[in-house]
Ligand binder design. Structure first.
Ligand code: GLN
Ligand code: ZN
Length: 755
């Protein structure tokens, strides 16, 4: 059985790529220096795969920024504003497309989420009249290098249909008109790769989604062309992040030599596929998850591999990871501080490579009894960890009643009670929560971590930042104030550090986009809240002003979606545990007199599964968890929620079902278009559509914001509109923040006068 991983993390175990990129962008590292570091990492990652015993090494999965951008560069599809620039494609134009060119005022490509992961890709732009050409050959060069180093390379290419589906078609372009031109470039590449690579992997995760009719129609002819071009190599069709569902026939009839299934997500499709695999098509079984940090249950994986080998024959079976390991941290060996009982249940990218090899070897009859026994013991230890099962948490969960999921009265009545208490003007103004994390704030946090500042000193520094934020908001005459979140490094990590059932890695970084990495918290045990987490900070802010201060919490769905989550109990159950913990915080805030509580659900949509069938189930429990968190308060306590940029169209009824009194959403970049979903649905509660883009330092003018507000008022009655920025302001500086917020307040006053 051949063995492989679909891709390896690019950053390096010490985030070498991140630091090299940032040095390059600051002008401290030459292009050649950057390329050298990239090559070093690539070569090291091949070595890791070979040492693990994998029969193929992934080539072309490395990227200096993003693999979708790489594909656009390979195909020579540069938007006009970059194509006209007389500079080399790599690295100059490449990074300009990724990050924009401030000097020439060229905006970057739009960044958006890669399927249901927290990785962001750059959406290539397609305009009429573009002509694809082979413009960058990095994958071919890498394949040659790998061969010269004695590896058996498996080239990895993003497939044409997924690529085209992810592009933004602009100025009336028809993306599929580009297909013939693109296919000609793919043909050229495959012809060069085939003599170098025994296997070539074509990634088409779009097959795991509901594909557009045209994409479906073009899939077969495109596959036939790819197959013909790759003479001499085996073509592997890689699908991942879900099952194939109704696209299964398409995949089976594609003419590819090997079909890869993400068995960690599409286990239910396995036996059906094995029965229907046509001709001599082989099956690549993705048995090791690329989406978590946990050890694979080796005994189970080996049993599945054996079962499939019996059906298909060993020579028609490959063993691999479910998807690329891009979404995993690199090496568990570097974790020194984790509790041993938790650590022994974990496996990062390096370890997962070895798991793949062991599964195949054991299925072929090698004696891995010792390894399998140790694996079973490790997994059992994880389950038996007393912290994994907290009887008090389990009892509370069983005691959740339907009444706990609903507010006392319908929205209309709550609104009256809240208005009587808050006495807010029409079009009330507020912000989303965070204010600039100044150098002083960051320095205090660093000093605390280094032991150079004690808790009392840190507390005083944070209280000072809160007082400053409150004074500024009063000066701006905002209506609902916030404390500014100076004490939070990150909206999920902050809460995770105070909740039971969480732990943190030292080096568990995962690429989010470009050079940006995140270190998600780990939920390994039942979640509980030993003590209040925010009450003191919010209370301090409220003590400084007569205006209402909005308490600020992160919601259960967002905490879940931005963490690595245990898999021994359902995600919905973990989420309910978090919901109960945050519900306690809501109750404590209310008891302390907080009149308004915002429960952020920035990542609510991120957990949406790719398959329609699974979406309804997710939305049902996600909404329920939000309601469980929010519903314990009296009518007169106002619950807000906030969501960042998302397409609300298909999920609007679920957003409404959350029944928050006020929702703020990111809206300015879409020029209020996102609001139309709320209008059409006749969304019943209050809404604050963001009227200024917080992603850039630009200060929008009063008229501009008033214009957006007028647009909003055409869709939502003024009585239900709030006025606020798109999102939190922690990445901004104070001067631009003050100027922008002054204009926000002025725009609201202008509109009030017009009504
Ligand atoms: N309250 C958070 C903030 O203002 C919300 C952040 C977010 O939506 N991502 O920073
Ligand atoms: Zn946001």
């Amino acid at each position: 059985m051949q063995t492989h991983v679909l891709g390896f993390p690019r950053m390096g175990a010490s985030r070498e790529l991140k630091f090299a990129l940032e040095r390059h962008w600051r002008g401290e590292l030459s292009a050649q220096g950057l390329v050298d570091i990239g090559r070093e990492l690539t070569v090291r990652h091949w070595e890791i795969q070979r040492e693990a015993g994998l029969s193929l090494v992934a080539v072309g999965d490395f990227s200096f920024y993003d693999h979708v951008l790489d594909t656009a560069a390979m195909l020579g599809l540069l938007p006009g504003r970059f194509a006209d620039e007389p500079r080399p494609l790599f690295p100059e134009t490449y990074f300009a497309m990724a990050r924009g060119d401030a000097e020439k005022n060229l905006p970057p490509l739009d960044m958006t989420k890669w399927f249901d992961t927290n990785y962001h890709y750059l959406a290539p732009e397609i305009t009429p009249g573009m002509t694809p050409r082979l413009a960058r050959q990095a994958v071919i060069e890498d394949a040659r290098l790998a061969v010269s180093l004695g590896h058996r390379p498996k080239a990895v290419l993003l497939g044409p249909l997924t690529f085209l589906s992810l592009c933004r078609a602009e100025d009336g372009a028809d993306r599929f008109e580009l297909l013939p031109g693109i296919m000609a470039v793919y043909r050229e590449i495959l012809q060069q790769l085939a003599p170098l690579c025994p296997v070539i992997q074509i990634d088409e995760p779009i097959l795991c989604t509901e594909m557009a009719t045209a994409a479906k129609a073009y899939f077969k002819p495109a596959s036939v062309m790819l197959r013909a071009a790759a003479e001499g190599a085996k073509l592997l069709l890689a699908t991942y992040f879900g099952g194939l569902g109704e696209n299964l026939d398409l995949a089976l009839e594609s003419g590819f030599d090997i079909l890869h299934l993400d068995a960690t997500r599409a286990g239910h499709e396995l036996s059906g596929v094995a029965d229907r695999l046509l001709g001599d098509m082989s099956l690549s079984l993705g048995l090791v998850s690329g989406r978590n940090i946990w050890k694979t249950d080796l005994a189970r994986a080996v049993a599945t591999a054996r079962d499939m080998a019996r059906k298909l024959g060993e020579d028609r079976l490959l063993i691999g990871t479910g998807c690329s390991l891009l979404h995993c941290p690199v090496d568990l060996e570097r974790e020194r501080a984790l509790a041993p009982d938790v650590r022994r249940t974990m496996s990062f990218a390096v370890q997962k490579c070895r798991e793949v090899a062991v599964i195949a070897e054991a299925a072929e009859g090698w004696d891995h009894a010792e390894t399998l026994a140790k694996n079973a013991a490790d997994l059992a230890a994880g389950r038996d960890n007393p912290l994994a099962c907290d009887p008090a948490v389990r009892r509370r969960l069983e005691g959740v009643t339907p009444a706990m999921l609903s507010r006392q009265s319908p929205f209309a009545e709550r609104k009256k009670a809240q208005q009587a208490r808050l006495n807010l003007p029409l079009l009330p103004t507020t912000t989303i929560g965070s204010f600039p994390q100044t150098a002083a704030i960051r320095a205090a946090r660093l000093a605390l971590r280094r032991g150079e500042m004690d808790q009392a000193g840190y507390r005083a520094a944070m209280q000072e930042a809160i007082a400053d934020a409150v004074a500024r908001q009063e000066a701006l005459s905002l209506d609902v104030l916030v404390h500014g979140e100076p004490e939070r490094n990150d909206m999920v990590e902050y809460f995770g550090q105070m909740l039971g059932g969480f732990c943190f890695t030292e080096n568990g970084w995962v690429q989010s986009y470009g050079s940006r990495c995140v270190k998600p918290p780990v939920i390994f045990g039942d979640v509980s809240r030993p003590a209040p987490m925010t009450v003191d900070w919010i209370g301090h802010a409220q003590s400084l002003t007569q205006k209402p201060v909005k308490g600020m919490l992160t919601g259960p769905v967002t905490i879940l979606n931005w963490s690595f989550v245990r898999e021994d109990i359902p995600r919905a159950e973990v989420c309910r545990q978090i919901a109960l913990a945050v519900r306690d915080e809501v109750a404590d805030l209310e008891r302390a007199g907080t009149p308004i509580i915002q429960i952020d659900e920035a990542a609510f949509r991120e957990g949406l599964p790719l398959g329609r069938a699974d979406q309804e189930a997710y939305l049902t429990w996600a909404v329920e968890c939000f309601r469980l968190t929010a519903s314990g308060v009296s009518d007169a306590t106002q619950i807000h929620t906030h969501m960042c940029y998302s397409e609300f169209g298909t999920i609007i009824r679920w957003i409404a079902a959350m029944d928050a009194d006020v929702i703020s959403i990111e809206c300015s970049r879409s020029k209020m278009e996102l609001l139309s979903a709320f209008g059409e649905f006749e969304y019943p509660n209050d809404i604050g559509p963001g009227i200024y883009d917080i992603h850039s330092p630009r200060v929008p003018g009063v008229e501009e914001m008033a214009g957006l507000l007028r647009k909003a008022m055409a869709v939502i009655p003024a009585e239900r509109l709030w006025v606020n920025p798109d999102c939190g302001l922690k990445t901004r500086d104070w001067p631009e923040t003050m100027a922008s917020l002054a204009n926000v307040v002025a725009a609201a006053k202008m509109l009030r006068a017009e009504i």
